[in-house]
Design a protein around this ligand. Structure first.
Ligand code: CMC
Length: 389
């Protein structure tokens, strides 16, 4: 095996040089292109953050206007792509529906698949940013059996998405500005997180020179798992169970610590953060306020706060440096907005999209990129021979 290094989960392996996102896990620092996440969450918006991640600088007002205009004029999807949704059972989880629809973009926009043509990459970038919320809203509408709405280009990115999800054709839908603002902040907080599982997947698939739609679709599938983006859904299930069974948080914590049935405190722990996840800190700061405005489930928030308080004072969590991660509080807010649990990870996917695109583009432009191809330590049989029968 030569000088092959055994590193399950690539815990100690860097696969790329990247200038996009900086994380200092020991000190809970997160910056996009050098800008602290706290400043962006307070002062920027999701479309601007997408521009920053993808192009490396904050846009000038003219650049911003042009970028936003290009996105809003590409929000519709081909009518035939709408029909594609009819083939899924109504009970389908919206994440695999979304990944399938993103994968199908390669068939509808076959004119822009060349990874080495910057103009084609650019138009695919805009198409992805514009169409993924439309596809996500269609996946939602499919799951609730309501008619799909066309995008409304007068609205901003988050408002348009909320209307496509919660509006119905016959009635006007007034977007609640507090809700749209809260969603926009959550999307910003999810926009990139360097080489996490889904982003690494996007890079790995792209390293074979598969097109950007195919690569991003693979990223959506990677995000689906409960140890990654699926954690926000799992947190709400956990809080709901504790609430419904009237379970004492202490009893639940004992189960976690004893690793009973593999129970984990979902929304806690992180591969890189060994201190408080700065995104969770921001969301926690907003949670009471937003839930107050949106009329959310404060009992569940109280359970979450209690679990956090207990965990942070408990040796099991302290020794292992386990703190709340981004997923611990987001689900409560999504729920207060009216999204069912199964949509939570879809919202994460919309947020992470600019990061996937920025990282894919950085990968494809990097002369150091090689096709991703880990090695293995073979532990199977030695040579043996097919028996005479
Ligand atoms: N509850 C209880 N114990 C935990 C937890 C948890 N949430 N997370 C880690 N541990 C324990 C783990 O059992 C292990 O203990 P021991 O040393 O006794 O074997 C120790 O802490 C180290 O954990 P690990 O699994 O080796 O750490 P990792 O870096 O491989 O995994 C993780 C990171 C995020 C997958 C893990 O912490 C986890 O499963 N957390 C719950 C799921 C979750 O919230 N995921 C969201 C991640 S953040 C954003 C995102 O990607 O979506």
């Amino acid at each position: 095996t030569g000088n092959v290094v055994f590193d399950p989960g690539f815990v100690n392996t860097a696969n790329a040089r990247s200038a996009i996102t900086y994380i200092d896990g020991a000190n809970g620092i997160l910056r996009y292109r050098g800008y602290p996440i706290e400043e962006l969450a307070e002062k920027s918006n999701f479309v601007e953050v997408a521009y920053l991640l993808i192009y490396g600088e904050l846009p000038t007002p003219e650049q911003y206007q042009d970028f936003e205009h290009r996105i809003t004029t590409h929000t519709m999807v081909h009518e035939d792509l709408k029909m594609f949704f009819n083939g899924f059972p109504r009970s389908a989880h919206p994440m695999p529906v979304l990944s399938s629809a993103v994968s199908a973009l390669s068939t509808f926009y076959a004119d822009s698949l060349d990874p080495h043509d910057p103009q084609q990459v650019e138009i695919s970038t805009i198409r992805l940013l514009a169409k993924v919320p439309t596809l996500a809203a269609y996946a939602y509408k499919k799951s609730v059996g309501e008619p799909m709405l066309y995008p409304h280009n007068e609205l901003n990115y988050s408002e348009n998405f909320l209307r496509m999800c919660f509006g119905v054709p016959a009635a006007n839908y007034e977007v609640d500005p507090d809700m749209a603002k809260a969603l926009d902040i959550l999307l910003m907080l999810h926009a990139d997180h360097e080489q996490n599982c889904s982003t690494s997947t996007v890079r790995l698939v792209g390293s074979s020179e598969a097109n950007i739609f195919a690569s991003v679709s693979a990223g959506v599938n990677a995000l689906y798992g409960p140890l990654h983006g699926g954690a926000n859904e799992a947190v709400l299930k956990m809080l709901g169970q504790i609430q419904n069974e009237g379970m004492d948080p202490d009893t639940f914590m004992e189960k976690v610590k004893n690793k009973e049935d593999g129970v984990k405190l979902m929304g806690f722990g992180h591969r890189v953060y060994k201190s408080y996840d700065p995104r969770a800190q921001i969301i926690k700061g907003y949670a009471h306020d937003i839930l107050g405005k949106l009329g959310g489930n404060n009992e569940m928030l109280d359970i979450a706060l209690k679990l956090e308080e207990k965990a942070l004072a408990d040796d099991y969590f302290v020794e292992r440096k386990l703190y709340p991660n981004v997923d611990f509080y987001t689900g409560l807010i999504y729920k207060a907005m009216g999204f069912p649990e199964r949509m939570f990870t879809v919202l994460f996917a919309i947020g992470r999209l600019p990061g996937w695109i920025a990282q894919w583009r950085e990968m494809i432009e990097d002369p150091e990129t090689k096709i991703g191809r880990p090695r293995q330590l073979y532990v199977g049989e030695g040579e043996r021979h097919y028996p005479q029968r």
